[in-house]
Design a protein around this ligand. Structure first.
Ligand SMILES: [Mn+2]
Length: 389
């Protein structure tokens, strides 16, 4: 018996259409592979979708792909992840479950978890993931004895950061200790932490497969492509790599250079870009001018045969803007100080009051179920109102 373990598919993520498409294509690839390899069942350890109420086309495609599994009589078991819930607790996964495409194995009542048994006699259960690690409460109250005593090949699914195995960039985040997990399971199918891990635990294995497709710039940089696992009943974990496109990463040091020089350096450095995902990270403090003066439109035109170009300029600064010292405490005070110190930067806007009013007008939260495009329109018109345009 073999089974597949996927996690963090984040279908519908990415703003760029090309990458959104790769997200869903990675899911299609993985499910086809599961069918081809004749797995007994499929596990998805949280974050199937990127948002609780994904776009209708995303739901349509996803359910079509899942129905291929169903046709082959391969069951798909899920737990909801931190991205799968709206603030009021709604999730699209309920729709998929009601239509018989997936089975949610998080069945928790009176501090007890129930097992779901697959036709391969595998017994599966698990605890969902919530935002900010709020699933902690379930782990604390969980009665483990009956879970540990249950006989047979058992799988525990979770969507939680493990205190004992934190990746470097999550060291300050509080996780859940593996000590609070029920023991005597053969396989612990993890999700949530977008990295690859495999550890022995009490005669079983704890595995994070990594995201099915990288979900942001940094993940694309580090992981390059998505992946999942196929596991056999001897707990041999085979990593399946989903290389639909080649990702090329470029680092450009902008320290003490002009925007024109940086632009030229980007163009001179990037050679192989045909049909590839190109990541450009530019860092440093410019000798003169502003980051916005680097003509990325020209770069995009020159590299138009790339599959997709992404840039990261989070650590690119101009001299004028780097040296604002703020020691005030409240957000309002910090904003006031920054506005005061940078007023020559936005002299086009007129006065300071206008800048703070504009900041307030743009400080809107997306409503539950509001479409991205509607949200954008609302923000833009709110800003235009202030500017009286
Ligand atoms: Mn995730």
């Amino acid at each position: 018996m073999k089974f597949a373990h996927l996690a963090d598919c984040h279908i519908g993520g990415w703003r760029e259409e090309e990458l959104k498409k790769l997200g869903i294509e990675s899911f299609r690839y993985a499910i086809n592979k599961c069918i081809e390899k004749n797995v007994g069942f499929v596990l998805i350890a949280g974050d199937l979708f990127n948002t609780s109420l994904p776009d209708i086309t995303i739901i349509k495609e996803t359910s079509k792909i899942l129905s291929e599994l169903k046709k082959k009589n391969i069951d798909c078991y899920i737990i909801p992840g931190s991205h799968d819930f709206s603030p009021s607790g709604k999730t699209m996964l309920d729709v998929l479950e009601n239509s018989g495409l997936v089975k949610n194995v998080f069945k928790f009542k009176n501090n007890k978890l129930k097992f779901t048994e697959d036709k391969t006699n595998t017994k599966i259960t698990g605890i969902l993931g919530l935002r900010s690690g709020l699933e902690k409460e379930y782990f604390q109250n969980l009665e483990k004895e009956h879970l540990e005593k249950e006989q047979g090949f058992k799988i525990f699914m979770f969507h939680t950061l493990l205190e004992e195995y934190k990746p470097k960039d999550m060291e300050s985040v509080e996780g859940e200790s593996i000590k609070n997990f029920p023991k005597n399971f053969k396989y612990y199918a993890g999700g949530h932490v977008h990295y690859v891990l495999e550890k022995e635990f009490e005669g079983g294995k704890i595995v994070y497969p990594g995201p099915l497709f990288p979900n942001n710039f940094k993940e694309l940089e580090e992981l390059k492509f998505g992946r999942f696992c196929i596991v056999d009943d001897n707990l041999n974990v085979k990593r399946e790599e989903i290389k639909l496109k080649t990702t090329e990463c470029y680092f450009i040091n902008a320290e003490n250079k002009t925007p024109e020089k940086v632009e030229q350096e980007v163009l001179d450095t990037i050679k192989d870009y045909q049909d590839r995902i190109i990541l450009i990270r530019v860092e440093g403090t410019l000798k003169s001018g502003k980051p916005s003066e680097i003509n990325f439109r020209r770069i995009h035109e020159k590299l138009k045969d790339a599959y997709c170009i992404l840039r990261n300029t989070n650590k690119l600064f101009s001299k004028e803007l780097t040296e604002i010292e703020v020691d005030s405490a409240s957000t309002e005070e910090i904003e006031k100080k920054v506005i005061e110190d940078s007023k020559k930067e936005f002299k086009e806007l007129g006065n300071k009051e206008l800048v703070s009013r504009l900041m307030n007008a743009l400080d809107l939260e997306k409503d539950e179920g509001e479409k991205n495009s509607d949200f954008e329109t609302r923000i833009i018109s709110s800003g235009l109102d202030v500017l009286k345009i």
